[in-house]
Design a protein around this ligand. Structure first.
Ligand code: MG
Length: 364
């Protein structure tokens, strides 16, 4: 079907290949041109948009964008993506303006992943879509919030942010209809943790980029907060990875690209991979369990517990979009968990104050 964005196929052919214009006077659109181009320059190990396993619900294709580009745009425009700006990355409610939030972490993951995907001639659009969506299901207050929700719901299947990210895109966004993303994007989001194996190399790039991003940025933020100093990082690790955040990022990204070129896998060299995991252990021992950084976590657990108890006994007070899920057959436990997981740090604190703290009299 021709429209504003449709380009005559014979014109494209004549420009790109010099074919005889009279041989093929059919119309095709810009998306189809992009899909063709993917086959001409991407690695044979890349995921090609025109070979996608597709969406749960069939839809007409876009004239301009490939399915993976469209998925990336849907994630970028969804409400859960905007809420990431008010969610903790590692430090709870930091007062400085330069600490990472879950949104800036997501953008850093996307940038690292796109750099690697482009260098390896993988599908950059699919990579970006997975990266932008990977943490959509994160709770308020980072992993402290996640642990609290998991503990509360362990008799009802438990809670993990990667599964919740898939639930956000499949069920919670767009008033219960979900974003109807392709199988490859949902698979990459679900399997972005170390123990999982994504079905595409693009998913594997994001899985590793997530690790690279949080290890480096959490160390950078911990140095900024005065919890550790650059000199505290073991010398055997800085000798391999570098003695600054920039150098370490550069080392890790280059190592992945060099060791994955021409392979059907995403790999690192043994010494750099060992150093990266040792740096991660250093981070766990020095920062994630540091009483200065984690002193408020007990309060997070109490607050999430109390919010859950309140709403499980006052379900009708939840916003209508969550009540609709219950009316459609979801359990109260599941939907209260959804409601809490969707909250930003600020929303959770304000709501807690609203329902748990008595208000003072306004009369003077
Ligand atoms: Mg992440």
């Amino acid at each position: 079907m021709s429209n504003l964005f449709t380009v005559p196929k014979y014109i494209c052919r004549s420009i790109e290949t010099g074919w005889n214009m009279d041989k093929e006077k059919v119309w095709y659109n810009l998306r189809e041109r992009q899909e063709e181009r993917e086959h001409s320059f991407l690695s044979k190990y890349a995921a090609f948009a025109d070979q996608s396993l597709g969406r749960d619900r069939e839809e007409p294709k876009c004239d301009i964008r490939t399915d993976f580009q469209r998925d990336r745009d849907r994630i970028l425009h969804c409400k859960a993506f905007r809420r990431l700006k008010q969610k903790t990355q590692v430090f709870l409610a930091p007062e400085g303006d330069h600490y990472r939030t879950r949104l800036t972490h997501t953008l850093e993951v996307a940038q690292n992943a796109r750099t690697i995907a482009r260098a390896l001639y993988l599908n950059e659009d699919l990579t970006e879509a997975i990266a932008l969506g990977h943490d959509l299901g994160h709770t308020p207050f980072g992993h402290a919030g996640e642990r609290a929700l998991n503990h509360i719901t362990e008799d009802h299947g438990g809670f993990s942010h990667n599964q919740q990210s898939v639930r956000v895109v499949e069920r919670l966004e767009k008033d219960g209809k979900g974003l109807n993303l392709t199988k490859e994007v949902r698979d990459g989001i679900l399997n972005h943790q170390t123990k999982s194996t994504p079905m595409t190399l693009e998913g594997k790039v994001v899985r590793l980029s997530d690790k690279i991003a949080y290890i480096n940025s959490d160390i950078d933020d911990a140095i900024r907060a005065g919890i550790i100093r650059e000199e505290d990082i073991p010398e055997d690790l800085t000798q391999i990875l570098g003695n600054s955040t920039n150098l370490r990022l550069n080392t890790l990204v280059h190592d992945i690209v060099r060791n994955s070129e021409g392979k059907a896998d995403i790999c690192m060299s043994a010494p750099v991979e060992r150093a990266m995991f040792s740096l991660r252990s250093f981070l766990f021992d020095s920062v994630y369990t540091n009483p200065l950084a984690k002193g408020e976590e007990r309060k997070v657990s109490n607050m999430i517990n109390q919010l859950y108890e309140y709403y499980i006994h006052n379900i009708e007070e939840m916003p209508s979009e969550f009540l609709d899920l219950i009316h459609s057959g979801e359990t109260g436990q599941r939907v209260v968990c959804d409601f809490i997981a969707c909250m930003t740090d600020r929303y959770a604190v304000n709501l807690y104050k609203e329902i748990m703290i008595p208000k003072s009299w306004g009369l003077k």
